[in-house]
Design a protein around this ligand. Structure first.
Ligand code: ATP
Ligand code: MG
Length: 513
């Protein structure tokens, strides 16, 4: 049992973890001594270290650490990893010959740590198996395999229409407070039923939001298989900058042992802002929207590390769900377009849908999953193949008929079916649906078994379904989970279970058409 994240811990971690810092293994020190020329805003300009390398960790007089962000002929800009007092000009600096490293290994599971692996949950220091460089080359093409195994998020709209596969990179993008974190946390919680290891990386988030995410997973998910890497908005820019890279190093440890990891980065917009801040402070030339030109490369080399490895390398995987925030739904801003082009698809959350209580507020027209389709279980594919098209047509038809005037029976039936679909796609938080439940609901929808149910009552039917399925259709549930095709008999069983759940929730008098 790991203790709860006490409030105030994010402010205190600096003091408590100085000792842990001192214990970091840094290898043999290079002997040249440099000097601090100037210091401000967490950045030191250092001269006299001709051998310093990019990303190298430097140690300042007094023990503080920073990493080299840029190198000029005779000067390096160094990002301090911790906040704290100003460093005097003239202070001594030595190279460590090492890049920044993060602890990896099973000792991190269930823990809340900062990007250097220092505990933030008030627990014991991390029992690391080893320390890995936070920057690591992505697997080469030849070391990879096509994405073929599903990641079950338990969220119907995603699993049915934008199914994800192990090794995929899927962006979750939307305006402020549209449920981005909720989608990712629901996906993590659903791994309670799988063998996946989860890494939740919080970058620049408010401490309360992080605490809520940690609590949700501890209460409902599998915290013993989850690692929380936290560099909240109060952490130094240096720590925020390395957080996603450290998270990947922790996930890759499991990937390299043939296991499967899911990493959420919440969020890369904040990470980009930190990168811009550091770049402006180190006087790199600003580019579009004042971001330095290398921001694309920073995020590309990060997300490229998500992969499904070939069986020769153990067949492990890292699946990445980076999160990005948009401003007034503007997907064509610089960072969103970058991230959309780097990832294998995006789940777009829409503020208007969210305000209309359509939650998760997924915009079905703008969302896409480019590689996960092959990983979707066959039974789900069978019943979901037409869903996106039908639903999109319904949305158009609904707009079209909003002002009345269309009374043909066919239009009315289509609209009634569309409203039912929308009710099915509306799903509260912390209520994941198994693949079999999703198959049953979609098959029942297609067969008309839900036609008598008013859309408001769909939630009641869904709530009763699980027990009914296990009691009367256990064999079909197993078949779906095992990735078998859906035969006629299994399909009937599943639909009957939905019909029974509807009867129990009812009785419903059929309204219109
Ligand atoms: P931020 O931009 O602040 O990071 P966000 O986009 O991550 O916000 P969340 O914090 O996940 O959004 O969600 C915002 C609010 O919406 C929360 O109060 C959450 O409980 C609620 N919410 C999210 N998803 C659902 C859902 N499926 N059903 C009901 N409420 C939801
Ligand atoms: Mg959020």
């Amino acid at each position: 049992m790991s203790p709860r994240l006490p409030s105030g811990v994010l402010e205190n971690w600096l003091t408590r973890s100085r000792a842990a810092l001192a214990r970091l293994e840094l290898g043999p020190a290079v002997e040249t001594v440099g000097r601090v020329e100037s210091f401000g805003d967490g950045i030191a300009f250092v001269s006299g270290l001709p051998d310093a390398r990019l990303d190298e960790l430097l140690r300042f007089e007094g023990g503080r650490l920073g990493f080299v962000l840029t190198l000029d002929d005779d000067r390096a800009s160094v990002v301090l990893l911790d906040g704290g007092e100003a460093i005097e000009a003239g202070a001594k600096v030595v190279g460590t010959g090492e890049v920044a490293r993060a602890p990896v290994g099973p000792g991190l599971l269930g823990r809340v740590v900062d990007p250097l692996g220092r505990p933030l949950d008030g627990g014991e220091p991390i029992n690391a198996e080893r320390y890995d460089p936070i920057e690591r080359a992505a697997p080469a093409i030849i070391e990879r395999e096509l994405v073929s195994e599903p990641v079950e998020t338990g969220i119907l709209v995603i699993d049915a229409m934008f199914s994800l596969g192990r090794g995929q990179r899927e962006l979750i993008i939307g305006d402020r407070a549209t449920g981005k974190t909720s989608v990712a946390i629901d996906a993590i919680i659903n791994q309670k039923r799988s063998d996946m290891i989860c890494v939740y990386v919080a970058v620049g988030q408010r401490a309360t939001a992080v605490e809520r995410a940690v609590e949700a997973v501890r209460e409902r998910g599998a915290p013993e298989r989850t690692i929380f890497v936290v560099a909240s908005s109060a952490a130094s820019p240096g720590l925020q900058w390395i957080a996603p890279f450290a998270g990947f190093a922790m996930a890759e440890y499991f990937r390299d042992r043939g296991e499967h990891a899911l990493i959420v980065i919440d969020d890369l917009t904040k990470h980009a802002a930190t990168h811009r801040e550091l770049a402006l402070l180190t006087r790199e030339p600003p580019g579009r929207e004042a971001y330095p030109g290398d921001i694309f490369y920073v995020h590309a080399r990060l997300l490229e590390r998500a992969a499904k490895l070939s069986s020769a390398l153990g067949g492990g995987s890292v699946t990445a769900l980076p999160i990005a925030e948009t401003d007034a739904g503007n997907l064509s801003a610089y960072i969103p377009t970058n991230l959309i082009s780097i990832t294998d698809g995006q789940i777009v959350l829409d503020a208007r849908l969210f305000a209309a209580d359509q939650r998760p507020a997924v915009d079905v027209g703008l969302s896409v999953s480019r590689v996960g389709g092959k990983a979707q279980p066959p039974a789900l594919r069978q019943v979901a193949s037409r869903l996106r098209l039908d639903y999109s047509q319904f949305l158009e038809l609904e707009t079209f008929t909003r002002f009345g005037g269309f009374s043909s029976a066919r239009v009315k039936t289509e609209i009634a079916r569309g409203r039912l679909t929308r009710a099915l796609l509306t799903q509260p938080r912390f209520a994941p649906l198994r693949f079999a439940e999703q198959v049953a609901l979609l098959a029942a929808l297609a067969d008309g078994a839900l036609d008598a149910v008013p859309p408001d009552e769909i939630a009641a039917v869904r709530a009763r379904l699980r027990a009914g399925l296990d009691a009367t259709a256990a064999r079909a549930v197993e078949a779906v989970a095992a990735g078998e095709e859906l035969d006629g008999a299994s399909r009937r069983r599943l639909v009957e279970a939905v019909a029974t759940a509807a009867e129990q929730a009812g009785p419903f008098v059929r309204k219109g058409p």
